[in-house]
Design a protein around this ligand. Sequence first.
Ligand SMILES: Cc1cc2nc3c(=O)[nH]c(=O)nc-3n(C[C@H](O)[C@H](O)[C@H](O)COP(=O)(O)OP(=O)(O)OC[C@H]3O[C@@H](n4cnc5c(N)ncnc54)[C@H](O)[C@@H]3O)c2cc1C
Length: 545
Amino acid sequence: MNKTAATSNQHYYDVLIAGSGGAGLSLALRLADTYKVGVLAKFALTECSTYYAQGGISAVFDDKHDSIESHIEDTLIAGAGLCDPEIVRLTVSRGRENIEWLRRQGVHFTERVSASGERQLHLNQEGGHSHRRIVHTDDATGKAVSLSLIEQAKAHSNITLLEYHHMVELITAAKLNEEQPGIRGAYVLDSRLGRVYAIAAKVIVLATGGANKVYLYSTNPHTASGDGIALAWRAGCRIANMEFMQFHPTCLYHPSAHSFLISEAVRGEGGHLILPNGERFMRRYDSRMELAPRDIVARAIDSEIKKHGIDCVYLDISHQPRDFIKKHFPTIYMQCLELDIDIGQQPIPVVPAAHYTCGGIVTDTNARTDIPGLYAIGEAACTGLHGANRMASNSLLECLVFAEQANQDIRRNIGNIPVPRVLPEWDESKVSDSDEEVLIAHNWDELRRSMWDYVGIVRTNKRLERAMNRVILLKAEIAEYYGQFRISSDLLELRNLVTVAELIIRCAQQRKESRGLHYTQDYPMPDNSRPPSNTILLPERFGRG
Ligand SMILES: Cc1cc2nc3c(=O)[nH]c(=O)nc-3n(C[C@H](O)[C@H](O)[C@H](O)COP(=O)(O)OP(=O)(O)OC[C@H]3O[C@@H](n4cnc5c(N)ncnc54)[C@H](O)[C@@H]3O)c2cc1C
């Protein structure tokens, strides 16, 4: 008879969640009244995209001017024909209740006093949204959300927070040669102790965020190495739409600024994009000017930078009163001032940078992947909400809505899942300590540079082919290294990044048209000869679980 994990010394949780961002922690908090939940974070709990989100969360609160239908319509337009309308409706219609849920977790959103003296949420407007519907906490919404959720999770006796714990590999029934398909647990590296061990769980949730660090320039923290996407792919899940990588148009361009984003809301509040000579160039690209969707703005900036051979363009909000700027953008104001840029009287130097992964692990309405018991939520998942292009501030909403969908589905099904048996220990008998750490740093750099140069904002068949050739070589080198040496966080990330790079290029090569965020000079128009379709990659072991 199999000894169960529950009766051995092996670590066990009912639900193991990889990720301490908005998606992972909101799910943990929803489950914890009933289940033992473990939450892994690769580094500190706050090191995640959620913490750095500035703009806010989209939700319809202005009943007089705005409506759910309008939010749906804007999302569908941004998604360029590839959004799943059912998923869009589900997500958008849950906006208000999720904002209220966050308030109950202690998040304070910025308010205003209406003409009738009533306190209301202050709503911002961002690119692609036809109304003011961005709920925010000044210009540091993610920080407010992240800190509140962490505080709640720390206080909960059913939640174990495991910082500096890196999920290395999923353990599926197929890997254990068990017949009943499903997930059994995962190998996890405690990077502070340098020890890998197995954690058994009935349910595993990948809430690992995006893959934007695959590019040289990114607005994301270094957690965004696509680990969940690579883990799910290796375990046998379908991955979709990886060609749709969103580049944020306005990342601060300054040698001392590390990935600092200048929020979309600066353009929403009247910021002008200008060339060094002061010309407002967006009029040449889109009638919505600076409020055009991100992909259009990012491509316009990329094109101006290449055309004029300049390092950056400028975002100018200095025509607004200084008090207005300080009140609306306190973080951006202070951060720029520290770098001697006074945005009250001078424009901000900006460049585009990789920002959001629209594709990811294919999930259904309940956040289920192709493997029973394995869920994916947040930026790691491809739910169908964003289609070919994410609309600003829809992503935090998606994290919250699909955490709740997963919560409901896990509650319905977990009772039928047996406690996993004791899992095999991680085998380190054939590896030694690395004597060539330089390989990791070098390959990391080469990979990200190739992706930036060849698979960036504007693509061609030839560039994609070049990038793929390099990725194949790097993948072989990294696999050899992985097989020989003891693992580290850096090596795990590099291994996942090269997998994700391959997935992005494969998707991009399959799409013979330009649509949404995918723009190729070889097929510069959308293919309207047939209905738009998702790019779905099938793993070798698809169907085996
Ligand atoms: C600068 C910036 C500004 C943004 N502004 C907005 C905004 O205003 N509105 C909006 O809606 N969206 C915004 N976004 C996007 C949004 O923040 C993200 O899409 C969202 O926060 C993703 O949440 P998540 O929980 O899926 O992932 P994250 O918040 O990125 O969390 C990922 C977690 O997974 C963990 N992890 C990763 N790999 C592993 C592993 N192998 N093992 C264990 N743990 C792992 C990480 O440690 C981390 O805890 C912004 C993003 C950035 C970078």
